[in-house]
Design a protein. Structure first.
Length: 557
C-alpha cells in the first residue's frame, strides 16, 4: 500500500474544502478523540469512587467511630459506613473533613503515652505522678508492640512493687501482656522472646522471666514448659506442611491451566506426610585395606669357645675341671638370632549423621479437571477427557511434585463435569442461560469490552456526528446564472428592428434615386452584428465566461 499517495490524496481533498468544511472535519476529529479519552480515563475509576464517596478513616475502634459519626451529624455532612471501622464521606469533602475532625482531636486513641506530661498539673501528689508515669510507660510499650506486623493490638500491665529498704523483703516487678493477633498470623518464638526482652529493658529490675504473654484466646506464649514447647513446635510443623502442600497445588494448577482452559477448570489437592523426628547417629567405619606404619628388624650372632664338660671317675681331676691352656679342652660355640617387627595402621572414619528435620515420607495428589463440551440439538453435552489426555496430565503432575515410586507416592487424575448445583441439585433456568453465555463468550471476554466500546462509538458517530456534519456541510450555493454559449436575441425585437431598417433604407434610396433592391441577408447580418456588439458591451463578464468554457471544452486538461 502506497501511503505517500494516500497521504497526497487526503491533502488534495482537504485543500479543495472551504473553511467551513475544514472546521467541521477538524471539530469532529477532536470530538472523537475527546470521547475516547473520556471513556479510557474516567470509566475505569475504582470502586471507592464509583458512588462518589471516599474513605475518611478506616480501622477505627467503636469509641472513635461513634465520636466521628456524632461530629458528622452535628455538621450535617453525609456519610456512609460500609463496614465496621470504616467511614466514607463525599469524595470532594474528604480532605477538608479530615482536617476538621483532626482539629477536634479525633480519632482519639485509647493508648496514651508520655504526652500525659505535656500539660502541667499543679497540686498533683507524688502518687499521682507515679501513676501517670506508669500509664505513659504502658502506653509507649503498647504502641511499640503494635508496630509488629502480626500484632493487631496489645495491652500491657506493669506491676511495680513498693520499694523496701530491706533486701530480703524486696519483690521484683512483673508484667503481663495481652496480644490480639491478626487473622491467620502467628508469632515466632524469636518474636515472643523479643517482646519479652523489649518490656524487660524498659522497666528497671524487670527480667524476661517475669514477663507473661497470652494471646486473645488465652493461650500462653513463650513459656518454656514442655507442653507449650510441644504446642508451638506442632503449630510450626503444621504451618510448614500447609505451606508446602499449597505450593505444590499452585504449581499443578499453573501448569494445567493453559491446557484445560483456565484455573477454574482444574482442582488440585496435595497431601505430604512428613517425618519431623530429629535423629542424630554416629558411625565408625574401618578400612579393610591396612596401611604399613613401621617395620623393625633385629639380627644377633656370636662365635666363641666353652670349657669341655668334666667326666669320668670322681676324683681330683674331675673336681678340678679342665685346665686352661690345654687345646683339647676348647670347644667352638656359634650363636645367631633374627627378629622382624612390622606395625600396620588401621584406617577408621567417624561420621556424625543428623537427618533433616522435615523428611518427606510420602506424597499423594488428587487432580480433577473439566472435560470438553459440544452442542447437540441446542443442548450442551459433556465429553470427558480421553485416557491418553488423562495419562499426559498425570505425567505432568508427577514431574511437578517430584514423584518417587520407591517412597510410595501416588497421583490420581479424573475428569468430571464442573456444574453449579441449585438447592435441589439442579441448576435453575437462569443459571443455565448464564452458564451457556459464559461458555460461548468466556474466551472472548477481553475482546467484548472493546467491541462494545466500538459499537457505542459507531452509534454516536452515525446518530450525532454524521447528521451534524451533513448539516454543517450544506453550503448554500448561490444559483449561478446559466452561462449560455450563444447570446439570446429576442426574435420579435429583431424582426421589428429589421423591418424598420428596411423601410428606412428604402425611403432613403427613393429620395436619392437609387435602386430599391435590398439584400435581405446582408441587412440581417448587419442588424445581427449590431445587436451582438451591443449585447457584448452590456454583458462583458458573461461573454468572457462563455469564451473560457469554450476554450476548456476544446482543450480539456
Amino acid at each position: 500500500m502506497n501511503f505517500e499517495a494516500v497521504f497526497k490524496q487526503i491533502i488534495g481533498f482537504f485543500n479543495k474544502l472551504n473553511k467551513q468544511q475544514r472546521y467541521v472535519i477538524i471539530g469532529s476529529v477532536v470530538a472523537i478523540i475527546a470521547l475516547l479519552a473520556f471513556l479510557i480515563v474516567f470509566t475505569t475509576s475504582s470502586s471507592k469512587t464509583k458512588s462518589g464517596y471516599a474513605i475518611l478513616f478506616e480501622n477505627l475502634k467503636p469509641q472513635d467511630a461513634a465520636l466521628i459519626v456524632q461530629y458528622l451529624d452535628k455538621k450535617h455532612i453525609p456519610y456512609k459506613i460500609p463496614e465496621n471501622g470504616v467511614i466514607e464521606v463525599p469524595q470532594k469533602l474528604v480532605q477538608k473533613v479530615r482536617l476538621d475532625v483532626a482539629a477536634q482531636g479525633l480519632p482519639k486513641s485509647s493508648t496514651v503515652g508520655f504526652e500525659l506530661f505535656d500539660k502541667n498539673s499543679f497540686g498533683a501528689t507524688d502518687f499521682e505522678q507515679k501513676i501517670k508515669y506508669l500509664r505513659a510507660l504502658e502506653g509507649e510499650l503498647e504502641r511499640t508492640i503494635e508496630s509488629i506486623g502480626a500484632v493487631e493490638s496489645a495491652r500491657v500491665n506493669i506491676a511495680l512493687p513498693k520499694e523496701s529498704v530491706f533486701v530480703s523483703k524486696q519483690v521484683p516487678p512483673t508484667a503481663s501482656v495481652l496480644l490480639v493477633l491478626r487473622p491467620n498470623m502467628t508469632l515466632t518464638p524469636k518474636q515472643i522472646e523479643g517482646i519479652k526482652n523489649l518490656i524487660a529493658a524498659a522497666v528497671p529490675k524487670l527480667t524476661p522471666k517475669n514477663v507473661k504473654i497470652v494471646d486473645q484466646y488465652g493461650n500462653p506464649l513463650g513459656e518454656n514448659d514442655e507442653l507449650t514447647q510441644s504446642n508451638e513446635l506442632l503449630k510450626t510443623e503444621m504451618l510448614y506442611k500447609k505451606r508446602m502442600e499449597k505450593a505444590l497445588e499452585n504449581k499443578i494448577i499453573s501448569i494445567l491451566s493453559p491446557i484445560v482452559g483456565g484455573s477454574d477448570k482444574v482442582v488440585a489437592k496435595v497431601n505430604i506426610d512428613y517425618d519431623f523426628s530429629q535423629v542424630n547417629s554416629k558411625a565408625t567405619i574401618y578400612d579393610p585395606n591396612n596401611v604399613l606404619r613401621s617395620e623393625q628388624t633385629i639380627d644377633e650372632s656370636k662365635v666363641g669357645t666353652k670349657p669341655a664338660p668334666v667326666g669320668g671317675v670322681p676324683g681330683a681331676v674331675s673336681n678340678i675341671g679342665p685346665v686352661q691352656g690345654l687345646k683339647k679342652n676348647q670347644v667352638v660355640e656359634k650363636y645367631s638370632k633374627s627378629e622382624d617387627t612390622t606395625n600396620y595402621e588401621i584406617s577408621t572414619t567417624v561420621k556424625n549423621i543428623k537427618e533433616p528435620l522435615a523428611k518427606i515420607k510420602r506424597i499423594t495428589a488428587a487432580v480433577v479437571v473439566d472435560g470438553h463440551y459440544k452442542i447437540e440439538k441446542g443442548k450442551k453435552k459433556f465429553i470427558p477427557l480421553t485416557k491418553i489426555e488423562l495419562a499426559n496430565i498425570k505425567n505432568l503432575v508427577e514431574n511437578t511434585i517430584g514423584f518417587d515410586p520407591k517412597r510410595g507416592d501416588s497421583v490420581s487424575v479424573s475428569s468430571f463435569e464442573f456444574a453449579t448445583s441449585g438447592a435441589k441439585g439442579e441448576t435453575s433456568k437462569t443459571g443455565k442461560i448464564m452458564q451457556e453465555i459464559s461458555f460461548y463468550l468466556g474466551p472472548f471476554e477481553g475482546v467484548l469490552k472493546y467491541l462494545i466500546l466500538g459499537i457505542i462509538l459507531f452509534v454516536f458517530y452515525k446518530k450525532v456526528i454524521t447528521p451534524f456534519t451533513q448539516k454543517m456541510l450544506e453550503v448554500k450555493v448561490e444559483e449561478e446564472k446559466p452561462i449560455k454559449h450563444e447570446i439570446e436575441i429576442n426574435e420579435e425585437e429583431l424582426e421589428s428592428t429589421y423591418d424598420k431598417i428596411k423601410e428606412l433604407k428604402e425611403k432613403v434610396e427613393q429620395q436619392l434615386g437609387i435602386s430599391s433592391n435590398v439584400n435581405e441577408e446582408e441587412l440581417k447580418y448587419e442588424v445581427l452584428l449590431e445587436r451582438i456588439t451591443k449585447t457584448v458591451e452590456e454583458n462583458t463578464e458573461q461573454v468572457a465566461k462563455v469564451l473560457e468554457n469554450l476554450i476548456k471544452e476544446e482543450n480539456p486538461q
